[in-house]
Ligand binder design. Structure first.
Ligand SMILES: Nc1nc2c(ncn2[C@@H]2O[C@H](COP(=O)(O)OP(=O)(O)OP(=O)(O)O)[C@@H](O)[C@H]2O)c(=O)[nH]1
Ligand SMILES: [Mg+2]
Length: 270
C-alpha cells in the first residue's frame, strides 16, 4: 500500500528484501546504494528493530518516475543480522508494495531458503495476503559458487507457486542485482497504474522539483496491528536535572519478546 505525500507530491513505495540469513540481502542493498548518485538517494541507515537491525534507504529515479503527476520514491528495506524470529519480518512486511526474495544458491542452504519462504508466507498471511498478491522478484544469489543449485530447482523448491522466472545474481560483484530491482520496481509501478521506467538506476538528469528526503522507517505506520503488545518497566525511573522523570520501558510482543526499548519522559506539574 503505497503512501501518498500530497505536500511533496510523492508516492512512497516500499520494497522489502527478504530471504534467509546470509543470503546476500545487505550486500545487494549496499550495491544498489553505491550505484545511485547522492542527489537521488537518502542516507543508508541502520536502526534497531526490536532485537534486530533494520537496514534501509530510499531513492527516486533521475528521470523522476511519475504516477498521476506524483514522483515515485522507492524505500528499500531489509533486516540485517540475526532474524530467526518471524516477528520483525511481519512488522517490516506491513504495507509492502513489493518484495525481493534473495535465495542462497548454495545447495547446503536449501533448507534455510525453504524455511525463510515459509516464514514469509506466514508473515503475509497475517495480513490476509500470499506472495502472489504482492510483486516478488526472486533472485538466486551466489551464482559464483562452484556448484550452485540450478535456478529452476531453487524456485520450485522454495516457491513452487511462483510464476515469474528467477534471476541469477552474484551480489558480491553486483551481477543481476539492478536487473532484479528493476523487475520489482516495474511491477510496483504497474500496480500504481504507471509503467514507464528509466532503463538505468543512476544517470545524469536531475529531478525537476524535488528535494531529497531522509529515509524514515515506515515500519510502524498508523494502522500497525498493536494487538497483544505490552509495555514493561526496563529499569528504575531517574529524575533528570531538567525536572523530567525518565522512565525506561520495554515494548514486548505477545510472546514476551522485546521489540524496542525506550524512555518515557514525565514532567511533574504538581
Ligand atoms: N560467494 C558469494 N558470496 C556472497 C555473495 N553475496 C554475498 N555474499 C557473502 O555472503 C555473506 C552474507 O552476505 P550478507 O549480504 O551479509 O547476507 P544477508 O542476507 O544480509 O545476511 P543477514 O543480514 O545475516 O541476514 C557475506 O560474507 C557476503 O560477502 C555472492 O554473490 N557470492
Ligand atoms: Mg544483512
Amino acid at each position: 500500500m503505497a503512501l501518498v505525500n500530497d505536500v511533496k507530491r510523492e508516492i512512497n513505495a516500499k520494497i522489502v528484501y527478504v530471504g534467509p540469513r546470509g543470503a546476500g540481502k545487505s550486500t545487494a542493498l549496499r550495491y544498489i546504494y553505491g550505484k545511485l548518485k547522492a542527489e537521488y538517494r537518502s542516507e543508508l541507515k541502520s536502526t534497531p528493530l526490536g532485537e534486530h537491525q533494520l537496514l534501509f534507504f530510499d531513492f527516486t529515479y533521475p528521470q523522476s518516475v511519475r504516477s498521476g503527476g506524483y514522483a515515485v520514491r522507492f524505500h528499500l528495506y531489509t533486516i540485517h543480522g540475526e532474524s530467526d524470529s518471524p516477528l520483525p519480518w511481519k512488522m517490516l512486511l506491513k504495507g509492502a508494495d513489493g518484495m525481493v526474495f534473495m535465495a542462497d544458491s548454495d545447495p547446503q542452504r536449501l533448507e534455510e531458503n525453504i524455511a525463510s519462504s515459509a516464514q514469509l508466507c506466514e508473515a503475509l498471511a497475517h495480513y490476509g495476503k500470499k506472495p502472489g498478491d504482492i510483486p516478488v522478484s526472486f533472485q538466486g544469489n551466489k551464482r559464483d559458487l562452484p556448484h550452485p543449485l540450478p535456478l529452476a530447482r531453487l524456485v520450485s523448491e522454495t516457491f513452487p507457486e511462483l510464476e515469474a522466472s528467477a534471476i541469477g545474481v552474484t551480489a558480491d560483484k553486483g551481477e543481476g542485482v539492478l536487473e532484479g530491482l528493476q523487475r520489482v520496481v516495474r511491477a510496483v509501478l504497474h500496480n500504481l497504474g504507471q509503467g514507464e521506467l528509466p532503463e538505468e538506476v543512476g544517470g545524469e538528469e536531475r529531478p525537476q522539483d524535488e528535494g531529497t528526503v531522509a529515509g524514515q522507517p515506515m515500519v510502524v505506520d498508523q494502522d500497525f496491528d498493536a494487538a497483544g503488545l505490552r509495555v514493561a518497566p526496563a529499569g528504575e525511573p531517574v529524575m533528570l536535572n531538567s525536572g523530567v522523570l525518565s522512565v525506561p520501558l520495554r515494548l514486548l510482543d505477545s510472546g514476551g519478546n522485546c521489540m524496542a526499548e525506550f524512555k518515557l519522559g514525565i514532567t511533574i506539574t504538581n
